[in-house]
Design a protein around this ligand. Structure first.
Ligand SMILES: Cc1ncc(COP(=O)(O)O)c(C=O)c1O
Length: 397
């Protein structure tokens, strides 16, 4: 058959993209010109950057750079294999030992990303005979892991402990079940009700799991996360953390018992079937843990900035939802309006990503702001001034 006459079987994708464009939701990828920072240049536009997860500025920290360079010189750029064949290097084990001590658990296993840690763990630990009881706003990687496990998924309204209790009440006592929540919810910046959920898990005999991706390096002493913040050590069976956000590098990990970790070595598919991190990644993560242990002052600075910026947005009259973390949404409702706000902010020198359905509910579209410890007060004041001006122009405040 003449190749030119062939009908493109992916044509329907173009139609879907056109539909997104018609709704004002088709987005080009923004391109970061140099390194990640509090002030940065995207698409030739210099901005105050309120869109990265680089909470502590560690993505460009000189000590981490140096550690990565030294590991590359000594050990090369790649591991050459999956962990279960020839790709477990001594430096991977050193990182896991350091993380286990940091999180105060028996053991840790590192995955290629936080996404892989969540999806790989939920899908390995649960089976089609089990039930997963999950907050409606849990991260996509938890949802995908739950689907892959083939367990029955029961969703409770956001942070609604009573609703979770009603679901558990209706299940047979002998039923194996997982109760799962994010520690910090990534779109709203609020916290999972960990103490109450741990009580529930104990009462109903659930496996308790917390995804602490946005809490690692942010909450708790030295950034140990929400388990430390709420002092529920020993009550959460499976803790997931990420190395890609406050830690500034790449990866995810599961902290828990030795048996859990060894089981994941045998059954977690991303661990079994995807190549391990380059040594530079592990070395930079170890350097980050050193820093968190030695210099927790960088986290104090993050919280000072968070308080200043949140208060500023509220005083301007924006709806910032129920955030308790450095993630502060500015909720506008309509998806197209959120994208317009984001675009106008960008033109005026502030980068805050617009987020609409399906990432958040249709009537809860927003721009999401994230401050870091490396923002100067002038950066944040500039951003607040721009938010005020653009918000008034668009009739949002
Ligand atoms: C709540 C939550 N869990 C997990 C992840 C995945 O982490 P990573 O970026 O390391 O894959 C993210 C990041 O987007 C997240 O927001």
């Amino acid at each position: 058959m003449n190749a030119l006459a062939r009908i493109d079987p992916l044509q329907y994708l173009t139609a879907e993209l056109d539909q997104l464009a018609a709704q004002g939701l088709r987005r080009p990828l923004r391109v970061l010109e140099h390194e990640q920072g509090a002030r940065a240049t995207f698409d030739d536009q210099a901005v105050v950057n309120l869109s990265s997860n680089n909470y502590l500025g560690l993505a460009t920290h000189p000590t981490l750079r140096q550690a990565a360079l030294a590991a590359t010189q000594e050990l090369g750029v790649g591991s050459g294999s999956v962990r279960t064949i020839a790709g477990t290097m001594a430096i991977h084990l050193e990182l896991e030992r350091r993380l286990a001590a940091f999180k105060k658990t028996e053991a840790v296993v590192v995955f290629q990303s936080g996404f892989a840690a969540n999806a790989g763990t939920v899908s390995a630990v649960l089976t089609r005979d089990d039930v997963i009881v999950s907050d409606e706003l849990n991260h996509a990687s938890i949802i995908d892991g739950a689907r892959l496990s083939r367990a029955t998924i029961k969703v409770f309204p956001h942070r609604d402990v009573d609703a979770a209790r009603r679901i558990l009440n209706d299940l047979p006592a002998a039923q194996r079940k997982l109760l799962i929540t994010d520690g910090v919810f990534s779109m709203d910046g609020d916290l999972g009700p960990l103490p109450a959920l741990c009580d529930l898990a104990e009462e109903y005999g659930c496996i308790m799991m917390v995804d602490d991706a946005h809490a690692s390096g942010v909450f708790g002493s030295n950034g140990r996360g929400t388990i430390d913040h709420f002092n529920v050590h020993g009550r959460v069976d499976i803790q997931v953390g990420t190395l890609s956000k406050a830690v500034g590098v790449l990866g995810g990990y599961v902290a828990g018992s030795g048996a859990l970790v060894e089981f994941l070595h045998h059954r977690a598919r991303p661990f079994l079937f995807s190549t391990s991190h380059p040594p530079a990644v592990a070395a930079a993560c170890i350097a980050a843990i050193d820093l968190l242990e030695r210099e927790p002052g960088i986290i104090d600075r993050l919280w000072e900035n968070t308080r200043f910026f949140k208060e500023g947005l509220r005083e301007l009259g924006f709806d910032t939802g129920t955030s308790e973390s450095p993630i502060t949404p500015v909720i506008v409702g309509d998806g197209a309006l959120a994208m317009r706000l984001s675009d106008e902010l960008f033109r005026a020198g502030v980068f805050a990503q617009g987020i609409a359905f399906p990432t958040v509910a249709r009537d809860r579209a927003r721009v999401r702001t994230i401050v870091t410890s490396t923002h100067a007060r002038e950066d944040l004041q500039f951003a607040l001034d721009v938010f005020g001006r653009v918000g008034r122009q668009l009739g949002i405040i």
